[in-house]
Write a protein that binds this ligand. Structure first.
Ligand code: NAD
Length: 289
């Protein structure tokens, strides 16, 4: 399949490489010459603009930083340029309203489009083990599934347009809040004189258990290998967690939902990032507790 791929950064680079490995012809464009050179080394054909990359494409995949950029790329350079038969797949994490409006604009011009944000970081993008949460019609999902399966281990239809983004930010709001709760529980346990491995052995088998504890333990040397064992480097940057929490707060405000724990998590990650820790793994917030 001829697939245009827009945005070949930390995540998109590995995803495009996996499409090539599955036998797709990938036409790549990124504003960064360095990202484009890496894509070329991974077997993609490099183009000098979005418009050129989408010519004759059967599908267009994007992995871009934010909603503003997604909106401008699709409105100005994909819609009306790619063949109307091309399926459009935006895998970026963006706000629900922008996802819905871009999909509406695409539909009005005759395109099928899905929002398909991912769970899993750079390692999962490189390994082809991402989880995709997909918003769009059943028909568009059926077309998107085999393309996304080439880049991930799970592809789930979340519902109508925007539902993928909604699932993603609700999931990450749980993640942000449970990570902080897990960090403060370990910090309290230590102050109360508990051995942290012993506390882990108890809580990981009791009702305090969560993904933040048993798959991504914020305490070095406790639980499975995690960024904590690597000085809180690599993994999922605090700045990206803050981005997702801000999207969740925006979405909550737009529908009048009460999210006190998510709001507090956003405040704490805002302070953590402002103190120069934006590039630190998000579990590093334990150092402030
Ligand atoms: P990144 O900054 O590494 O990559 C984004 C790429 O888009 C860059 O190479 C940039 O040059 C390119 N770009 C920007 N504007 C462009 C334009 N107008 N046309 C073409 N290319 C353009 O970011 P990333 O870490 O790859 O994240 C991409 C998306 O994935 C974000 O929405 C992020 O929230 C989401 N995400 C990231 C992670 C992660 O761990 N990094 C995990 C899950 C989801």
């Amino acid at each position: 399949m001829k697939i245009a791929f827009i945005g070949l950064g930390n995540m998109g680079g590995g995803m495009a490489a996996n499409l090539v490995k599955e036998g797709h012809e990938v036409h790549a464009f990124d504003l960064s010459a360095e990202a484009l050179a890496r894509a070329r080394a991974n077997g993609c054909a490099a183009y000098t603009s979005v418009r050129e990359a989408v010519q004759g494409a059967e599908a267009v995949v994007s992995m871009l930083p934010n909603g503003k950029i997604v909106e401008s790329v699709y409105s100005a350079e994909v819609i009306g340029q790619a063949p109307e038969s091309a399926l459009l797949l935006d895998c970026s994490t963006i706000d629900v309203d922008t996802a819905r409006s871009v999909e509406g604009e695409a539909a009005a011009a005759g395109y099928a489009m899905v929002d398909a944000p991912v769970s899993g970081g750079i390692a999962a993008a490189n390994a082809g083990t991402l989880t995709f949460m997909v918003g769009g019609t059943a028909e568009a999902f059926a077309r998107a599934e085999p393309i996304l399966a080439a880049m991930g281990k799970a592809v789930i239809h979340a519902g109508a347009s925007g539902a993928g983004q909604a699932a993603k930010i609700c999931n990450n709001m749980i993640l942000g809040a449970t990570m902080i709760a897990t960090c403060e529980a370990f910090a309290l346990a230590e102050k109360l004189g508990l051995d942290l491995q012993t506390f882990y052995d108890i809580s990981s088998k009791a009702s305090g258990q969560s993904w933040s504890m048993t798959s991504y333990c914020p305490v070095p040397g406790v639980g499975p290998a995690s960024p904590a064992d690597n000085g809180y480097q690599g993994g999922f940057a605090a700045a990206l967690m803050l981005k997702d929490l801000k999207l969740a707060m925006e979405a909550a405000a737009s529908v009048g939902a009460k999210v006190p724990m998510g709001a507090r998590a956003e405040e704490l990650y805002e302070a953590f990032s402002a103190a120069g820790n934006g590039g630190t793994d998000f579990s590093g917030i334990i150092k402030t507790l």
